[in-house]
Design a protein around this ligand. Structure first.
Ligand SMILES: NC(=O)c1ccc[n+]([C@@H]2O[C@H](COP(=O)([O-])OP(=O)(O)OC[C@H]3O[C@@H](n4cnc5c(N)ncnc54)[C@H](OP(=O)(O)O)[C@@H]3O)[C@@H](O)[C@H]2O)c1
Length: 243
């Protein structure tokens, strides 16, 4: 069976994505910083699903390493799923440039760096799929998290252009826009239960949307309606609001 490359494989969402694809027989490259800490997940997936799991060391902000990283994959993957992300606390990002830069580099620049390389290969081979986990935060800048949101907005725009470019080559590009998800990233936040998904729900939604060849996925689906409303609030009102 084909390999799937998961970038940012230590993420709570990524681990569930790996389990869902494994149930369906795919092999994996799990790429992460300190990837050896994924040994337990590797054992568990191998035992349950009998698929191949290869751990790969990868830092999405180490742009110079991306070409050789992709070159080192013996069998090229059928699909890549970029899940890595970094959400700095908005107030500290406003004050500390290093936090802003890390937010931009993890969520946008690094993803573009590795996907440029992979997209060229998939386009040449005329096959494959690319899934990018962006966020509803990228749909409209809000004072509560516009530094993270603007990096995700750039990533969503990049994926939209990539989908348009790769359409003729038969390469699928799926943009994933989660709303709230219970993960390490949000454990300090008090999230409304009805609007908050589990990593497993997000993973199942990603698998189903990718297999159906969809373009954009909001998960939970209610977020599509919420963001439609938020995007249509006139700017003269929106700038006075705290949402
Ligand atoms: N949770 C939510 O409510 C929510 C909502 C919308 C979108 N998202 C997006 O969903 C994705 C997954 O996030 P999550 O909720 O599962 O949070 P998470 O568990 O905190 O996962 C984020 C992952 O990104 C990895 N990462 C950060 N910097 C990296 C780097 N330089 N190189 C490689 N990997 C790096 C982290 O790796 P380390 O473990 O090594 O730090 C971590 O495993 C992210 O793109 C996030 O922005 C989440």
């Amino acid at each position: 069976m084909s390999y799937i490359l998961i970038i940012g494989a230590k993420s709570d969402i990524a681990k569930e994505v790996a389990r869902v694809y494994a149930k369906n027989g795919y092999n994996f490259y799990l790429a992460a910083r300190e990837s050896s800490s994924l040994e337990d997940l590797k054992q568990d997936i191998t035992l349950r699903s009998g698929v191949e799991v290869v751990l790969k060391e990868f830092d999405i902000t180490d742009f110079a390493s991306h070409e050789s990283f992709y070159g080192s994959l013996e069998e090229k993957p059928l699909g890549v799923i970029v899940v890595s992300g970094y959400m700095a606390e908005q107030k500290s990002a406003q004050k500390e440039w290093s936090e802003t830069l890390q937010t931009i580099n993890v969520n946008y620049t690094g993803a573009v760096s590795i996907l440029n390389i992979i997209a060229n290969d998939f386009e040449k081979e005329r096959r494959g799929f690319i899934v990018g986990v962006s966020s509803v935060a990228g749909d409209r800048g809000r004072k509560a998290n516009y530094i993270y949101g603007s990096a995700k907005a750039a990533f969503s725009a990049y994926l939209s252009g990539l989908r348009n470019r790769l359409y003729e080559s038969g390469v699928q590009v799926l943009t994933v826009k989660p709303g709230f998800v219970h993960t390490k990233m949000t454990e300090h936040l008090d999230l409304p239960p009805k609007l908050t998904a589990t990593p497993n729900e997000v993973a199942e939604d990603i698998f189903n949307a990718q297999q159906k060849g969809r373009n954009v996925l909001y998960t939970k689906p209610i977020w599509m309606v919420i963001m439609l409303i938020i995007k249509h609030i006139p700017e003269f009102l929106f700038k006075k609001m705290s949402i």
